[in-house]
Design a protein around this ligand. Structure first.
Ligand code: PMP
Length: 393
């Protein structure tokens, strides 16, 4: 990949220069007052990003998968019943994590590329008592956007804890942890939050912390245990030095910078921008005759597009797009990997990136011999949306 290529995969993403600058600054001691201020403020600001004024944020070195493990390990005991509202590969991963903890896992599934029906969810909740319901806000393998608010409301009514994988939604999709009754929201730094990969994030509600305290057995891993971190996190918020495991100082500074940028833009403006850009992309895909892998537009993510290869086109399209200077991703779900590709559009993505990507796609489609479109129609369709009003979130 040339440094001039445009990175349009669903994470990691193109970073704002000030975020990279923060990453490259001198590494401070984790006990330096300046770092303590940066980390303390980041924890406070994450509550704003997640709409979680009373939740406890935890930020540690690791990926989104570690954040999933943190969420599960702190509230799930062996033999607990867990229900997975399954929208793809990452929902399956959460099920595997819960199973490793000894939980008994059931799934509510829809057809691949579709959000399971809420009636099916109701039926499962009525049939058995579950300790927790897990859901993937945006499943990056399918592009499906789950109706988190409705799922969580039903789960809470049935007395369950709610765990939301917001790795591919936090900072890009509408998300209000507290008012949507989410007990653990988990994320990672490298997607719509706009920082480099390397940080696992989880925010715990009071009920989730209670569930940790009430666990029959403490989490097997010390590093994942929120109880170990609580005094450390509280100390940073009180701007006091403390130590449990050395925080990745530079990554935390980078995330603090991207979070500042995010809040300066404003959460609702940011969500509106993601919708607007995704609608510009959707107009282009339609004009080019490309079908979305996620079937229902109302249940489709605004942070990425998953697109079916048109007839006669295969994964060589991804390479052809790369040769045109834009990096996109292939399919991910094991049952359909070779049938679609994915374009990420989150965080720092701007209108010019939409046009660059659609232009590269048009040239690549022509190169691989796809004749189902007229050159320029995708660009014109996207540009029309970009020239219009920014829609409300
Ligand atoms: N959940 C979702 C929805 C994701 O998109 C990803 C990463 N693509 C993960 C979890 C896992 O994150 P990581 O690759 O950082 O472990």
């Amino acid at each position: 990949m040339s440094e001039r290529d445009l990175l349009m995969i669903p994470g990691p993403i193109e970073l704002e220069p000030t975020v990279l600058e923060a990453l490259g600054r001198k590494t401070l001691s984790h006990l330096d007052p300046n770092f303590i201020e940066t980390f303390g403020k980041l924890l406070e600001q994450l509550r704003e990003v997640f709409g979680a004024p009373d939740c406890t944020p935890m930020v540690v070195a690791g990926g989104g998968t570690l954040a999933m493990e943190i969420a599960a390990a702190n509230v799930i005991d062996s033999s607990d019943n867990v229900l997975v509202y399954n929208t793809g590969y990452f929902s399956d991963r959460m099920a595997r994590i819960a199973e490793r903890l000894g939980a008994r896992v059931d799934h509510v599934r829809g057809a691949l590329g579709e959000a399971p029906s809420l009636d099916a969810l109701d039926a499962s909740l009525a049939a058995k008592r579950y300790k927790a319901v897990t859901m993937t806000h945006v499943d990056t393998s399918t592009g499906v956007l789950a109706p988190v608010r409705q799922i969580a409301a039903r789960a809470k009514k049935a007395g369950c804890l709610t765990i939301v994988d917001a790795v591919c939604s936090a900072g890009g999709e509408e998300l209000h942890q507290a008012s949507w009754q989410i007990d653990v929201a988990l994320a990672a730094s490298q997607k719509a939050l706009g920082a480099p990969p390397g940080l696992a994030i989880a925010l715990f509600s009071a009920a989730a912390l209670e569930a940790r305290k009430a666990k029959k057995v403490a989490p097997a891993s010390l590093y994942l245990d929120i109880e170990e971190w609580l005094p450390i996190l509280a100390a940073y918020e009180a701007r006091k030095p403390s130590y449990f495991s050395t925080p990745p100082v530079n990554l935390i500074s980078a995330l603090a910078t991207s979070t500042e940028l995010l809040l300066a833009e404003g959460m609702s403006a940011r969500v509106a921008r993601h919708r607007w850009l995704s609608h510009a992309f959707r107009a282009a895909w339609q004009a080019l005759g490309l079908a979305s892998f996620s079937v229902d537009p109302a249940a489709t993510a605004h942070t990425l597009s998953a697109l079916c290869y048109p007839a006669g086109v295969d994964a060589s399209l991804v390479t052809a797009i790369r040769d045109e200077g834009v990096v996109v991703a292939g399919g991910l779900h094991p049952d359909a990997k070779t049938k679609y590709f994915r374009v990420g559009h989150m965080g720092s993505t701007r209108p010019g990136d939409v046009l660059t990507t659609v232009g590269a796609l048009e040239r690549a489609l022509a190169r691989v011999g796809y004749l189902g479109f007229e050159r320029g129609t995708g660009l014109t369709a996207a540009d029309k949306v970009l020239g219009g009003q920014l829609p409300h979130a």
